[in-house]
Design a protein around this ligand. Sequence first.
Ligand code: 4AD
Ligand code: MG
Length: 437
Amino acid sequence: MNDCPRVSIKSIGHYDGQTVRLSGWLYNLRRSGKIAFPILRDGTGFLQCVAVKAELPESTFEALRELTQESSLTVTGKVRAESRAPGGYELDVQEVTIHQRIPEEDPYPITPKEHGIDFLMDRRHLWLRSKRQFAIARIRHEVIRAVRDFFDDNGFTLVDCPIFTPAACEGTSTLFEVDYFEDEKVYLTQSGQLYNEANAMALGKVYCFGPTFRAEKSKTRRHLTEFWMVEPEMAYATLEDVKELAEGLVCSIVARVLDRRREELKILERDTSKLETVKGPFPRMSYDEAVKILQGKGSTIEWGTDFGNTDETLLTEGYDRPVMVDRYPTEIKAFYFEPDADRPELALGVDLIAPEGYGEIIGGGQRIHDLNLLLKRLEEHKLPREAFEWYVDLRKFGAVPHGGFGMGIERTVSWMCGLDHLREAIAYPRMLYRTRP
Ligand code: 4AD
Ligand code: MG
C-alpha cells in the first residue's frame, strides 16, 4: 500500500473513499478492548482515526492501542465521510508505522488536563502543538498575509529598516542598549519610522515589517519587550490620509480572517459576531472629546495625560468597531509629530483603539517637515543632534508633508483571536520576566 497517496489532513476531503497515507503525531487516544480512536495531528489539522481490532493484525491494533501521546506515526487507511466528525471525515486504519514511541517513564509533559500558565510557558516549544496554539499561529499567519497583500496591492514598496540603530524613535526610557564593536553603543530599534520617512521620500509609499523592541518595565497583558510591527509611511500625506489608510488596513485584515480562518476561530471559541461588525467608517473623535466622554463616564483622567488601559476600554464601550482618537497634547507625544496649525499645543497624531478591551493597536500621524521646528523639538527632547543628522537632512532636501503609522501584530492577533494576554499571540514571547525558551 506504499503507493497510495500521501496526504495532509487539510486536503483529506479530496480523497473520500480512497486509501491514503498520513504522517503526524498522536494528539489524543480514546480506546476500548475492541476499538481505538486515535486523533492524529499533522500541522494542517486534526483527524479522528478508527482502528477496529477484528479488522487488523493483532500486533498493529495493540501497538496503536498502547501508543502514547505525541508519539510520531504514519497511518494508512481509508477516508470516510462522517458528518459527526469535526472536519467531516474519519480514517479507517489499515496499517501503522510508529516512528518514535514516547515511553511511559518519560511522557510528553502537556496532557489534556489543565496546566498552569508558567508550566505551559516554560514548555512553549511543546505547547505550540496544542489545538489552541495551532489555531492562533494560523490566524497570525493570515493576519500577516492580509497586511502584506493590503500594502502590496495599494502601491506600497517594502523597504526593511535596520534593527541596530544609533538613535531613539519613541523616547529614551525604553531603549535596549547593545555593545557594538570597540566603544560604540547602539540600540535595538523601537520603530522603523525614521528610516521609513527617508524611504518614503525615495519611493513615495513604503512599509517596513519586522521585530521592534521596547524595554518596557511594565508587566501588563498588552506589552511585550519584543514585538512585530508593520509600519507604512507616505510622502505628501496628511493626518486624514493616515487615518483612512489605518481604517482600510484594519477592515481588510478582519475580513480576511473571517473569510479564511473560520475553523481556527471556532477552535478558539471566538465570538465572530463581534468581528463581523468591523466595517468602515470607524467612529472618529478628538482627544478633547475623548477626555470629556471619559470624564462623563466617571474616569479621573485630566486633559494633558495619556489614556490608561481602563480609559481605552471605556472609550470603545458601546461601539461595535474600533475608534480613532486624534490630536493629542504635544506634551505626551514623541518629538516628531506635526503640530495642529490652529492649536500648536496639539499633535497631529492618531491612535486606533480596538473594541472589546483590546486597546491601542495602531499609533501614528503626520510628521514635522519644517527644518527649524524639527531642530527645536530635538533640543526640547534632549536628543543628540549628531545621531539625527541624516533625519534632519530630509527637511533640507525637498521636504513635504508626510505621515504613517505602526500597527502591532500581536495586539491585532490578540484581538482577532479573543486572547486575554499578548503572550499567546507570538510563538516565543519576550516579556519582563520571560526570555526562555
Ligand atoms: O504607538 P507606537 O509606540 O508608535 C510608534 O512606534 C510609531 N513610531 C509608529 C509609526 O508611526 N511608524 O507603537 C505602534 C503600535 C502600538 O499601537 C501597538 O499596537 C504596538 O505598536 N506596540 C506594542 N505591542 C506590544 N508590546 C509593546 N510593548 C508595544 N508597544 C507598542
Ligand atoms: Mg502609541
